[in-house]
Write a protein that binds this ligand. Structure first.
Ligand code: FAD
Length: 509
């Protein structure tokens, strides 16, 4: 029997990882179990925006927007390698919201965000400017504003890595089968879930039971199911499950900015840069009755291409799609009729009779840190010796880049220093390593070179780091979650990654 831990957490998405980090930093002993890969579900299927959510203003979700904008500032400062400023172009088609309404919304957005690291919004003449170049004739006016974007999968990992560095026992590929309260503790039945006989390094094979003083349900879209089927508890809330899909297509515009395209159904579709030569289009909203598996259907793909075609001179067609991803949003059911109107806010419930049970409902990537902080504050009467909130000013692993206000500039200084390290890295590789690992890129290279290139942009030293330090188990973990090398990898390169992984990971006897 492992434990008793102070806190056991079910689910290794962004919320489970942030809970584990916050709790471990307060001095609690923590167990985090994730049945698949860390961040392998909703938390690596997002639009990757760290934003207040301009659109939520229309639904008067002012609390959420204010909190999310404050969190945007915190993440830009504490994870500048993973969270970068992103400029948006908002064209004004004649049949969408009137210019005065958009101007008012952006002024409110600027005001709620306060004076932070990002510039304010302003109106712009798009015709004749680089921002207007990919747009259809007639889209002459618009607005420019700033938000931020993140590497969502890596943000989960950064939180999990920090939790582990502070003593948390982080176990991907370990499913919670059931948990029951007994003698003032939660008793957990666990099952390791190896892939081809292998588990990530450090994850025990024989851990069948554990106990904890408190339990947190952070199972995202599975939270209701976990509540009913694994904990045998009634669910105090209802979730609306809404699938969203993204497609990757060849680059649709030059430049590092993004577009936010207003659609006739009053939704917005984003066009985001994805590396140097691809763009991402997203997202859709399809109400579903179960959390997974989430897969895009043909109608979603057509919707996204049609959304782009309303604005772009050379829009993509479904035949241009290079890759896609889908995830299921766990939305807090607030009774609103349309999926796009349902709040993106979150709720926390604490059942404190006996060993406490904390449940997380809804939430966004952007507000993950604050959600975890509130959750641990709720639990604090049960752990009087624990320290108080601490994450607002603490850098995530790799986030202690050289000082400065601008995340891009800070990363550039670090990348230049890395280029001069032994092995003389090419500038693009140095920048990519800093974007993924921040200041930890130096430790990853371990005073040597990057080693042979196994797939475009993925070298042997980074693959080893992902296995030894970041619980990577499969080629997909490395090619899609920890890097995006999968986009251009050939089948032979995938195979090379797979066999290198095999040589680093022991199988069961
Ligand atoms: C299409 C889309 C676009 C989005 N875009 C944005 C955006 O741009 N910005 C933003 O801020 N937010 C965005 N979001 C929202 C954000 O991604 C989610 O709110 C967030 O990732 C939810 O995280 P989670 O940890 O609650 O859930 P998840 O990431 O799904 O994690 C829950 C985990 O629990 C695990 N689990 C379930 N049952 C068990 C069990 N029995 N034992 C062990 N583990 C279990 C699952 O395997 C899963 O990994 C988007 C979401 C979607 C779907």
């Amino acid at each position: 029997m492992d434990g008793p831990f102070d806190l056991a957490i079910i689910g290794g998405g962004i919320h489970g990882a942030c809970l584990a980090r916050d709790a471990a930093g307060r001095g609690l002993s923590v167990l985090l179990v994730e049945r698949g890969r860390l961040g392998g579900e909703t938390s690596s299927a997002s639009s990757r925006l760290i934003h207040g959510g301009l659109r939520y203003l229309e639904h008067l979700d002012l609390r959420l927007v204010r909190e999310a904008l404050a969190e945007r500032e915190i993440l830009l400062a504490t994870a500048p390698h993973l969270v970068r400023p992103l400029q948006f172009v908002l064209p004004l088609p004649p049949d969408a919201r009137p210019a005065w309404m958009v101007r008012f919304g952006l002024a409110l957005y600027d005001r709620l965000g306060g004076r932070g690291a990002l510039p304010g919004s302003h109106a712009a003449r798009l015709a004749g400017s680089p921002f207007g170049a990919p747009l259809r004739p007639g889209l002459e006016r618009g607005f420019l504003y700033w938000d931020a974007r993140a590497d969502d999968a890596r943000l989960v990992l950064a939180n999990a890595l920090d939790a582990a560095a502070r003593g948390a026992d982080v176990r991907p590929r370990t499913e919670l089968l059931s948990a029951r309260r007994e003698g003032g503790l939660w008793h957990l039945d666990l099952a390791p879930r190896p892939v081809d006989g292998r588990l990530p390094l450090g994850v025990p094979r024989d851990a069948g039971v554990a106990s904890a003083r408190a339990l947190a349900n952070a199972a995202g879209p599975w939270a209701m199911q976990v509540q009913h089927e694994r904990l045998a508890r009634p669910s105090p809330r209802r979730l609306r499950l809404v699938r969203g899909s993204h497609v990757v297509v060849p680059r649709l515009h030059a430049g590092r900015h993004a577009y936010i395209l207003q659609q006739p159904d009053r939704r917005v579709v984003f066009v985001l840069p994805f590396g140097d030569d691809a763009s991402v289009l997203g997202t859709t909203e399809v109400v579903v009755d179960r959390p997974g598996p989430a897969r895009m259907d043909a109608a979603e793909c057509e919707y996204l291409c049609a959304a782009a075609a309303r604005f772009l001179r050379e829009p993509p067609t479904p035949r241009d799609v290079l890759a896609s991803w889908s995830g299921v949003r766990p939305l807090l059911d607030d009774g609103r009729a349309s999926a796009s109107a349902v709040t993106r806010d979150y709720a926390l419930d604490l059942e404190a009779a006996g060993a406490p049970l904390l449940s997380v409902w809804g939430g966004k990537l952007t507000t993950c840190r604050r959600l975890a902080e509130r959750a641990l504050d709720l639990l604090s009467p049960h752990f009087p010796a624990a320290r108080g909130a601490w994450t607002a000013a603490a850098a995530l692993p790799g986030g202690d880049l050289p000082a400065g206000r601008d995340a891009d500039a800070r990363a550039a200084v670090e990348a230049e220093a890395l280029q001069r390290s032994p092995g003389a890295l090419p500038p693009a590789l140095a920048a990519a390593l800093v974007a993924r690992h921040g200041t930890q890129a130096r430790a990853l290279l371990d005073g040597g070179g990057p080693g042979p290139e196994l797939a475009p942009g993925l070298h042997a030293a980074e693959l080893e780091w992902c296995v030894r330090r970041e619980w990577a188990l499969t080629a997909e973990d490395v090619l899609w979650r920890r890097t995006k090398a999968g986009l251009h990898a050939t089948p032979a390169q995938r195979q090379a990654v797979e066999s290198r992984l095999g040589s680093l990971l022991p199988t069961a006897d």
